[in-house]
Design a protein around this ligand. Structure first.
Ligand code: NAP
Ligand code: F7E
Length: 345
């Protein structure tokens, strides 16, 4: 049988790294997009090649439908994973127009590129949808967690843009009989997570504190809760969604929610520091056993509208895809801190 071809947008991202490795291990020929006027000698290009020599790099911006169409015509992928996006919720408030162009319309560009290349009946399409589409408000929050049929109420330009991506994917499935699905993924983290996201910001800071390179960390809202899993587990679920007989959308989550405060406490425990909390709101601090301030609040990290609580119910993915996460919450914190301690030596 011919080797299967997978095309991943946004190859430099967290999930793309885990997914490329998984697909390579499964025997796929892997193609991934980088953006920018990069030559093969460019450090950014080289960094990807050094880490993932098996990835064929395609220079294509999600805004450039001609580059995407050319890539589809030449590669004729069996599976397309659309992971490229502006993915930072806080940043999406600062640049909502670019977020709409990329995170919303970028999805349509990839779907149209598949159609323009005449591949809509053969190429399977995965869209990286998100728990941010639910919004976490009290009125629509199911007790056991959000499911595939819960109501949406996005709370950021990112969430709104992702909702467009979700619906246009469904629309192409219904209109053109495409195998096009959304994975509605709750937060997933790990050693490849960007430092602008709270878990990696904490694990890197804790490692730097342990090594005497930093005194404290500044955070925003400590009491928001997230359903945090490990990215390496979630890419397996993405792949499984594209191997089904019929296309459908699935939630991937752990079914447990924890606060940023809990993540912070556990991360500090990994280096032998017990954090206790003093003060309130913007004046709250986290101090160590010797009374040294290790955590402070900086309102700069608050968002104009916050998602206070996200909990997902992965029952359907577990039953129909046979998907199961392996790493639990304490395991995730440990894995990230241990990785950053070694990396920062
Ligand atoms: P990530 O690390 O931020 O990766 C996103 C990638 O998109 C980056 O490599 C980025 O490239 C690329 N990108 C940005 N602008 C682009 C453009 N104009 N053209 C082409 N590529 C562009 O995100 P992730 O955590 O791996 O998440 C992957 C996808 O899943 C994203 O769509 C995200 O919104 C979604 N998602 C993530 C989570 C999560 O918890 N991680 C949960 C649900 C959904 P540069 O490196 O050049 O900036
Ligand atoms: O924030 C709070 C912040 O930026 C988590 C993306 O992958 O998951 C991710 O979005 C929580 C929020 O991730 C800081 O207010 C406190 O309540 O790590 P985050 P996110 O917004 O949940 C979803 C599912 C996606 O789809 C997205 O692509 O942490 N928080 N203090 C902070 N957040 C950040 N970034 N920095 C802080 O200092």
């Amino acid at each position: 049988m011919a080797q299967k071809r997978a095309f991943i947008t946004g190859i430099a991202g967290q999930d793309a790294g885990h997914l490329a490795q998984l697909l390579h291990e499964k025997g796929y020929e892997v193609f991934g997009t980088l953006r920018g006027q990069l030559e093969a000698s460019h450090p950014r290009y080289q960094a990807i090649k050094n880490e993932m020599p098996y990835v064929n790099i395609v220079l294509a911006d999600l805004l450039d439908i001609s580059a995407l169409t050319r890539a589809m015509q030449e590669i004729k992928p069996d599976e397309v994973y659309n992971l490229g996006a502006i993915s930072h919720v806080g940043y999406s408030f600062r640049d909502p127009l670019l977020t709409a162009d990329l995170t919303a319309k970028g999805v349509l560009n990839v779907l149209e590129a598949i159609r323009l290349a005449g591949l809509e009946k053969t190429t399977r399409f995965y869209q990286a949808s998100t728990s941010e589409m639910y919004g976490g408000l009290d009125y629509n929050r199911p007790e056991k967690g959000y499911t595939e049929s819960s109501a949406f109420h996005p709370r950021s330009p990112y969430g709104v843009a992702k909702l467009y991506g979700y619906w246009i994917t469904k629309n192409y499935r219904e209109s053109y009989d495409m195998f096009a699905v959304s994975g509605i993924l709750f937060n997933h983290e790990g050693e490849r997570r960007g430092p602008e996201f709270v878990t990696r910001k904490i694990s890197q800071a804790v490692a730097a504190i342990k090594l005497g390179k930093q005194d404290k960390i500044e955070l925003g809202n400590l009491d928001a809760k997230r359903d945090w899993g490990y990215a390496g587990d979630y890419v397996e679920g993405m792949w499984r969604m594209l191997q089904q007989d019929t296309p459908d959308d699935y939630v991937l989550a752990t079914g447990e929610a924890h606060s940023i405060r809990e993540f912070t406490e556990l991360a500090f425990k990994e280096i032998g520091i017990d954090i206790s909390w003093q003060g309130e709101a913007e004046n709250e601090v986290g101090v160590d056993q010797d009374g040294v301030v290790r955590v402070a609040i900086n309102p700069e990290f608050y968002r104009p509208a916050e998602v206070d609580f996200l909990l997902g119910d992965p029952t359907r993915a577990e039953n129909e895809l046979g998907w199961q996460r392996k790493v639990d919450f304490p395991g995730l914190v440990k894995l990230m801190v241990e990785h950053d301690l070694t990396a920062k030596q």
